[in-house]
Design a protein around this ligand. Structure first.
Ligand code: FAD
Length: 443
């Protein structure tokens, strides 16, 4: 099978840019064999490699990543590793009780696996911070979403705390927010620091990670052979951790929705600007309306900065232009100016776009999709937690290591069919735009 599209990432992966440079990439320059091959070095691929190394100590495990680790979506997201259901396409994140309970339990298993790696590999609090997160409301409608969501959490018996405008001001330094809803189970990660830390430790644990090695062809002749420009890897079993690029490997065609999200990060704030801003030096808020802005204030490697993420587009080609990123960034600057008038004059240093993958029925693209070929793809927008979970579970499935959790996660339908293009393209973008307009000041 010829791989039909290779990943294209538009704009810089800001979280990675603010870190010290990585050691040079190890590139595949020969033909090798392995016991296990993992394709993709995001949350799913790294978790799969880690799990394989636990289940098969001594086996030769190879991971191939098309770019550098942390340059793809894994280093472009906003770093909310969320335990509770967080459906981007819903009105207020929540759904049905039993389904939500099961989903929270599964997300928590993913987060627990990430936490174990963070502890064992000695990652810093900056990389992995189990601080919980806040759903911030900037409008009456957003506040109502928060109240409804709080009621849903009470019904689920989930811990939460409502914050008023004063508490939100004290935390964020801005008077923009009317209320907040704190939930304690989320982990805030510096995504690039996290995935780089995991990859470095996996390499130290004898997993071979080759970067800048896009798989251009994957064929099976007894065992699987993945070709890259510099050489190939042959292995009896392969795990695909390429998220929406499962389509590029010919899998789940017409069933995956390719969405782009956009982010901007300010330059480092001066001590005087930090003083003017006030509030805590680290916080993160997701929007009460899923179509609104996610905002983070960070303090650490790379200084004190603010990140704004908003706008969604549906892009079946999995690729967007620099011009599109620049247009979306205007909305980041507007959202930033409205929230932080005291930081007038602070400009965005980095602006970027990144892919994520959804299915219409909000289920992942998992399982043995060909003999010895396993898919850990389609994380439905919550790839930090679900990607980790699915990578771990597909390593279990490929190893014959059953569990109730594996049965639960596999007991979901396949991603359902999308309407054909251009209907899907026009319809999805129109629906996204309408939802964004309705979100109003939450953006
Ligand atoms: C702006 C933005 C904000 C987001 N915020 C959040 C958030 O706060 N919380 C959250 O949970 N999620 C968030 N997401 C989504 C999250 O980033 C993704 O869901 C997550 O990265 C998916 O993990 P993954 O490992 O499945 O795929 P990816 O992280 O996309 O990793 C797949 C890897 O496969 C590689 N690859 C693809 N094709 C090939 C090939 N042919 N050969 C070799 N390698 C290949 C890619 O280069 C890539 O590195 C956000 C995304 C964006 C863009």
């Amino acid at each position: 099978m010829k791989v039909t599209r290779l990943p294209v990432d538009t704009g810089p992966a800001a979280w990675n840019r603010i870190l010290p440079p990585q050691e040079p990439a190890k590139v595949l320059e020969e033909n090798i064999t392995a016991d296990w091959l993992v394709i993709g070095g995001g949350f799913a691929g790294l978790a799969a490699a880690r799990r394989l190394s636990q289940l098969h100590p001594g086996d030769r495990i190879v991971l191939l990543e098309a770019k550098r680790i942390a340059e793809g979506p894994a280093g472009r997201n906003t770093g909310f590793m969320i335990d509770l259901p967080h459906h981007l396409t819903s009105e207020g994140y929540g759904g049905q009780m039993e389904k939500d309970r099961a989903e929270a339990a599964a997300n928590r298993a993913g987060i627990a696996f990430a936490a174990e790696m963070a502890a064992e590999f000695g990652l810093s609090r900056e990389a992995f911070n189990p601080s919980g997160k806040i759903n911030a409301a900037a409008t009456e409608r957003g506040h109502k979403h928060n109240l409804d969501y709080a009621q849903h959490l009470s019904n689920l018996n989930e811990a939460h705390q409502l914050l008023d405008a004063k508490q939100m001001h004290e935390m964020t330094g801005t008077t923009y927010y009317q209320s907040g809803l704190f939930t304690p189970g989320a982990v805030m990660i510096q995504p690039a620091l996290f995935v780089r830390g995991i990859a470095r430790s996996l390499k130290a644990n004898h997993i071979s990670i080759f970067e800048n090695c896009p798989v251009t062809q994957l064929t099976r002749n007894g065992e699987w052979t993945a070709r890259t420009p510099g050489g190939h890897v042959s292995a009896p079993k392969v795990i695909l951790g390429v998220n929406g690029h499962a389509n590029s490997f010919g899998k789940f065609k017409g069933r995956l929705m390719h969405i782009h999200l956009y982010g901007s990060m300010t330059r480092a704030l001066t001590p005087e600007e930090c003083r003017k801003l006030g509030g805590a030096d680290r916080w993160g808020v997701t929007p009460a309306d899923p179509m609104g802005s996610t905002v983070r204030r960070i303090s650490g490697t790379g200084g004190d900065r603010i990140i704004v993420r908003n706008r969604f587009t549906y892009d079946p080609t999995m690729q967007v232009s620099e011009g599109r990123v620049a247009r979306m960034a205007q909305d980041h600057s507007k959202g930033f100016a409205a929230r932080f008038p005291m930081l007038d004059g602070v400009r965005m240093e980095y602006r970027w776009g990144g892919r994520l993958c959804l299915s219409r029925n909000n289920v992942p693209a998992l399982g043995e999709v060909d003999e010895g070929l396993y898919s850990a793809c389609c994380q439905n927008g919550l790839g930090t937690a679900k990607g980790t979970l699915h990578g771990m579970l597909m390593a279990d499935l490929a190893s014959g290591n059953g569990s109730d959790l594996l049965d639960q996660v596999m007991d979901q339908p396949r991603p359902s069919r999308l309407p054909p293009n251009p209907f899907a393209y026009i319809g999805a973008n129109a629906a996204l735009r309408w939802s964004e307009i309705k979100a109003g000041k939450e953006i």
